[in-house]
Design a protein around this ligand. Structure first.
Ligand SMILES: [Cu+2]
Length: 193
């Protein structure tokens, strides 16, 4: 619940104290609807089979960048391991799941072969300086305030189209504009396909 929604909810609550039950129900429903609309502006969560995807987001890219990155939290609520791959994106020639590791003082990223395993009951967070969805060979820059779509494939659970709201260049997390470990412009970055 946003601060604004919380405030208006409290206001409505005291207002309702003097009203009939039927009327209060109507207002409560209207409030719930208003909150749903407000939530629509933020990232949606996705479910495919027993897989839950929360808070997808991507980073805006500078002009001329050839690749961009997306992040999210993936939980496997099932009883068998599953494997995540990225099939396609509307903004890039291809998309991949990448790992990032420090090797000899250099940050290297490379595609996860055969898909990223997510064990039963496990939650895996894709975040800056770690695992990420890599949008390779961008057709256009990722622009803050817009979204980039990717089709994700889970070996067992199936495919799902996910929209990643695009945050600022170098954003550390949704709603956190401060940079730190930006993926783009990496003189230190080596990429293997
Ligand atoms: Cu990458």
């Amino acid at each position: 619940m946003t601060y604004f929604a919380a405030k208006s909810f409290l206001a409505a609550k005291s207002f309702l104290a003097a009203k009939s039950v039927r009327y209060s129900l109507t207002v409560a429903l209207a409030l719930a609807a208003a909150q749903l609309v407000a939530a629509g502006a933020e990232a949606a969560d996705y479910d495919v089979g027993p897989i839950h995807i929360a808070q997808p987001w991507a980073r805006a890219t500078p002009k001329g960048a050839s690749s961009g990155a997306g992040y999210m939290t993936v939980t496997n609520n099932g009883t068998t391991p599953d494997r995540l791959s990225c099939v396609s994106s509307d903004a890039a020639a291809k998309c991949q799941i990448h790992t990032m590791t420090m090797e000899g003082g250099v940050m290297k990223m490379r595609p996860v072969e055969g898909g990223l395993e997510i064990k039963p009951g496990e939650t895996v967070t894709l975040k800056p300086a770690g695992l990420h969805v890599m949008f390779v060979d961008l057709k256009h820059p990722l622009e803050q305030g817009k979204t980039v779509e990717a089709t994700l494939k889970f070996e067992k659970a199936g495919t799902v189209d996910v929209e990643y709201p695009i945050m600022a260049i170098g954003a550390a997390a949704p709603g956190v504009p401060a940079g730190g470990g930006t993926m783009q412009g990496g003189g230190m970055m080596q990429m293997k396909h």
